[in-house]
Each structure stands twice: as C-alpha cells, then as structure tokens.
Write a protein that binds this ligand. Sequence first.
Ligand code: ADP
Ligand code: ASP
Ligand code: MG
Length: 441
Amino acid sequence: MLVLKFGGTSVGTPERMENVANLVTSVEGRKIIVLSAVSGTTNTLMDITNAMKSGDTEQANILVNSLEDFYNNFSKKIFKTTNYQTLGKEIISRHFSLIRLFAAGKFDDRTRRELLAQGELISTEFFHAHLHERGLKSQMLPALHFMSIDENNEPELEKISERLRPLIKSLEKYEVLITQGYICRNYKNEIDNLRRGGSDYTASLIGAAVSADEIQIWTDIDGMHNNDPRIVKNTFPIAELTFDEASELAYFGAKILHPSTIVPAQKFSIPVRLKNTMDKEAPGTIISDNSEKGKIKAIAAKDGITAIKIKSSRMLLAHGFLRKIFEVFENHQTSIDMISTSEIAVSVTIDDNSALNEISEELMKCGTIEVDHNQTIICIVGNRIAEKNGVLKLIFNSLGTTPIRMVSVGGSKNNISLLIETPYKEKALNLLNKGLFDSHD
Ligand code: ADP
Ligand code: ASP
Ligand code: MG
C-alpha cells in the first residue's frame, strides 16, 4: 500500500487536478490518496472566520460569494458531461449552504473549525467525482471516520489504525481510496484539524497506521532544498535525508513538511518521498534511515521566536534551579526550543506566546527577566555534522559580523542552531548558503 499526498497547489486548478488524476492512475497497486484543500481555500476560510469574529458580516459574505464563484468556475472546467456538472453544482451547493449557515450564526471556536474543514471536504469530493467521470473506480475514506486527536491535540495513532485497517479491508476491491488531509475529530468528537499544513501529517499518520510501503508527499517543488527557496536563490534539492535530519528541518521551519510529519513514519521506518507534481521525473528527496554522514545537508529558519533570559544575582545554576525554571514552562504547556546557560543566567526560546504573561510573572520570582520578541532560529542540519571538525568555524566565518543572540551545539549530533533577530534572517540565510554550499555542483 502506498500513501500519496497532494498539496493545495497540486490540485489548485482544474488542469492540475486532472494531472493528479493521471499521476495517480499511472502508479501501480493500491493507494490511499490524501488531498489538501485547493490552494487559497483554507486562507479564505480563515479570513471568513476572522471577519465573523470581528462582526463584519458584510465582509464575510463577500468572501463566501467569491469563494463560491471560484468553485463554480472550477466545476465547469473539471466536469465535462452534464451529469457531472450537475453533480459539481450539488457538491458546491451542499457545502456553501453549510458555510452560509455558519457565517450567519454566532461565532465560536467550534464554528471556526467546522468552517476550516470545508476546503478538504470539497477538494476530495471533486477529485472523487472527477475520477468517476473518467471511469476510474475510487472510493472515499472519510477522515472524520478514523482520524482523531486526544485532549492534548496529539493524534491517537493506535485508535486511528484500529479504525482504518478494517475499513480498508472492507474496500478491498478499490485500488484508489481518497481521504481528506488536515481534518480530524477531537476528544469531544467535534471536527478539528492538525494545524496549518497538516495534510502532510495526515499522510504520515495513515502510512504508519496501515504500515504503508512508502509515504509520498507530492508538492510544487522537486524535494527538500538545502535552504529556503523563497529567500535564497540557487538552492538545490537534496537526494537523501535521514528521518532525524528531515525531522529537524521540518520542525525548524522547512515549510515543505508539517513539523510533525516525520514522527509517525520514523517510528515504523516507513520511507517518506518528496516529489514534484509539476515535474514528476525529478528524483525528489527520499527520507529513510540512510544518509551520508558528516555532511552539511540543509538550513532552515523558524520565525516568531521569543527569547527569555532569566538572570539571578545568586548562583543560578545551583542544583534545583533549572528544574524550577523548566517547571514554569511545563505548568503552562509551553515547550522550549533552545537553551543556553552561563553561571548567572539562562536563556531559553519559545515559539508559543499564549502563556507568556503568566510565565514571565512566575519567572520573576527566580530572578530578573528580559524578553526579546521577533527572533528567528536558524538551524543547520546534517547527519553527525556536530562531530565534524571545522564546522563551527565555517558557520561563523560565513556569517561574518551578523549578530548572534544564542548558539546551540551538542544537543543533537545532527543540528547546530543559532538565534538571531528576524530582520537579519535573509542576510544570514544567504551568507550561510554562500559559505556552506558554494562549492556544490
Ligand atoms: P503544499 O501546498 O504542497 O503542502 P507547501 O507550500 O506547504 O506545499 O510546501 C512547499 C513549499 O515549501 C515550496 O513551494 C517552498 O517554497 C517551501 N519551502 C520552504 N523551505 C523549503 C525547503 N527547504 N525545501 C523545499 N521547499 C521549501
Ligand atoms: N489546507 C490546510 C492548510 O492550508 C492543510 C494543508 O494544506 O496541508 O493549512
Ligand atoms: Mg504544506
């Protein structure tokens, strides 16, 4: 069994959706197809919920109407026969009646989540109908029947597997099963989601749940690049990555993968292949247990970081002190990304500021604190690079006089992280690209 996930741009126009259908039918064997919403849809649904939240019903209606127009045009192009054009209209009318009902009602978080789910529900229905119009047998595998998260928003892999395996068995005669990425049910059985970009995570959870042979993430670029292609010119695709390398890159900002994608795949050693829908001959990236050691593979950057420094006049690092500090973060369910210590101070970074006020108040009992917003973690990744002689020299030489706020080495063998102020990010990524990869051929 293969799991193939196609992102928003890959199904972003009727032509591209047709291209995905060609691609799916050219792959042999049984497969589960995970689809994102058509590109732009989740953003628009998000804008609708924001307009509703601020009481701007007029703006919400404008957005709903223009999204519906978009789908009407999409439907007219993707469906060729009258029967299927009627089906397209029916799909749109069903979902948009619901969207209008939500938009007219009282705004709350549950409504927001139900609205956000409509994108993947529509794209999968369209794709399924498109395959049928072409005479290809496919069957829907509704994500809301098997994908779930617990009270801590963690996917319930065992339960997902227990639900999914018999479902798939009962659909044995179908080669192509289609499901929605991103959406799930929470512990209250309400509609929820796996956070932005979550369709990648859906694919790897399904791959792990059914012991797939391979998880393929099809997107709009030819694999994981050595640096962020939105910021740096002349980046190139990396042929092979280990699970650890890919995991670090995803967690530290490589947008091509949702931060948690690698975790379930790695647990069951299921290879993850990144491929380009627009250039399917391109080799892409294979993520598995194997990879060349001691080589700098890639750089990623994660914005929206806050650095907190806790200073004490006493010996801060006397035993028990760090525990007290970490407990503050644990009590507020806020995870720490980077840490650096000196005798009288400790600096940590967080990417979730929702409990920052409470955390700061409690930390003040331990010493004086300084909070810096608008920071970026730059993460340099390679299998065992931290053991390679001269790597730090190369990194610091490349960065020249760029101010660095924190450095983390030795936490893992695969990662060297730096904290800088976000306005220096573009320059730092470009300097590192030049210094670390210029000899690449
Ligand atoms: P999808 O809609 O298919 O999920 P995404 O937009 O989420 O696609 O991810 C693909 C995009 O990730 C690429 O178009 C690229 O701009 C961006 N990206 C950021 N960092 C990297 C990287 N290191 N390698 C490849 N792509 C990256
Ligand atoms: N449609 C969702 C989003 O835009 C999930 C995804 O595309 O992976 O975030
Ligand atoms: Mg994505």
